[in-house]
Write a protein that binds this ligand. Sequence first.
Ligand code: 3PG
Ligand code: CO
Length: 555
Amino acid sequence: GFSWKLADHPKLPKGKTVAVVVLDGWGEAKPDQYNCIHVAETPTMDSLKKGDPDKWRLVKAHGSAVGLPTEDDMGNSEVGHNALGAGRIFAQGAKLVDQALESGKIYDGEGFKYISECFEKGTLHLIGLLSDGGVHSRLDQLLLLLKGSGEHGAKRIRVHILTDGRDVLDGSSVGFVETLENYLAELREKGIDAQIASGGGRMYVTMDRYENDWEVVKRGWDAQVLGEAPFKFRNAVEAVKKLRQAPKASDQYLPPFVIADDNGKPVGPIVDGDAVVTINFRADRMVMVAKAFEYEDFDKFDRVRVPKIRYAGMLQYDGELKLPSHYLVSPPEIDRTSGEYLVHNGIRTFACSETVKFGHVTFFWNGNRSGYFNEELEEYVEIPSDSGITFNVQPKMKALEIGEKVRDAILSGKFDQVRVNIPNGDMVGHTGDIEATVVACKAADEAVKMILDAIEQVGGIYVVTADHGNAEDMVKRNKTGQPLLDKTGKIQILTSHTCQPVPIAIGGPGLAPGCRFRRDVPTGGLANVAATVMNLHGFEAPSDYEPTLVEVVDI
Ligand code: 3PG
Ligand code: CO
């Protein structure tokens, strides 16, 4: 029968402190001026790369290696940390939604049936990120859902858009809104009353995560539910174009707006009897808004009016909280994660990051599961992130504080594994500010040094890797790799993640002599890391895990 007990590794000892360090948004790319990791002073990461070639390599962090639909899909932190923690590749959000839409199964599911009971008398509201970035949502899925909802009885549809510019180029929102508007016009020709009702930039409206700033969610609630926003427009293309000019906001930070009719009346507030679907498949930035829609007792902000609606998520965003209770597509069931195994085998674990990535080394790492497996053996520490600023203003973020906390945890001798995410390369990379991203990479490197120094002191082992690329390439390129220019001759800044591989390095005084990277797993990916870490703790990995990256040779 099934057992949590892991077999002893035949050659690797137990009892070493293992630091697992994930640099967020730290890919490997050719060195040039747009590679902030190359430009920045990063002596620690450089020394790992230039050191023993058997202890540094690259692994895949995008596409099918992390469960995404195609090799054109860049990685992201959620799927990356899922793979790192689970040791196996699970079909992820985007792929599950694609399958459900393609087969039409989405319309037979419990979630769709639940919301469709409002279609006779109420309005269907779709809220979500409008882009083809594929990290949180996808435009083609929204269009398919609009079509299918119409075919399955929705008569009145309102779309509440969140503009992107983070997973896609800044400025691309105009084109996405135009595409959506054209599609809604087609639906109207078919007799469905379909319109955009409100909007705002994803970083300023609705899509906060890890309870960083409830004001963001409130701005969305006010526009989407109450029909109230500082800006009112007759149509959304005009809204986005004008707001980009004045107050001159980027796509990510557009202020909230509502669309109003000839009499200035908002066209789509959410009222009793309506159905609401949040169309994002990715969970992290939907949990807060889902709580606002679903919880009867809710005190994070004054909702003013709480309509009696039927609400469903594209997926269930938190399996532990069962939130929301209705959803259109079932999430991947990630079971038997490495964290759970190791805790069952007595490994005392410390996990730490700052707020913006804290859920990554806990919730995502543990297969989208909140909380501890065993409170006695685990400690998760969240360092509060700066809030109310964009991260290029404070590019060092909390790297130093994270480094100190992790160092102290290592030196305390209370833990067998310390697991950490250092967010700078990613969070600052997303701002598109190249100078700030260089500062960010340096700070991340310094945090790594603090951790490796502590590992040196206690005779431990380190594994340093990343979840996906970002800071190593800050410019959009053509097929041959040349930077692309915009109409005015300026380079097009790349704010998104990349499809680059990421480094992984092992070392430390506790690493057994002869332990090195295997040469027969050339296409390894993030999912191979879990078995690797289990080995370094002195255990064999479960047989259905992706193979380990390490072996022990006689020396
Ligand atoms: C975000 O949500 O900030 C980006 O879309 C992706 O971020 P990630 O690095 O957490 O995947
Ligand atoms: Co990111």
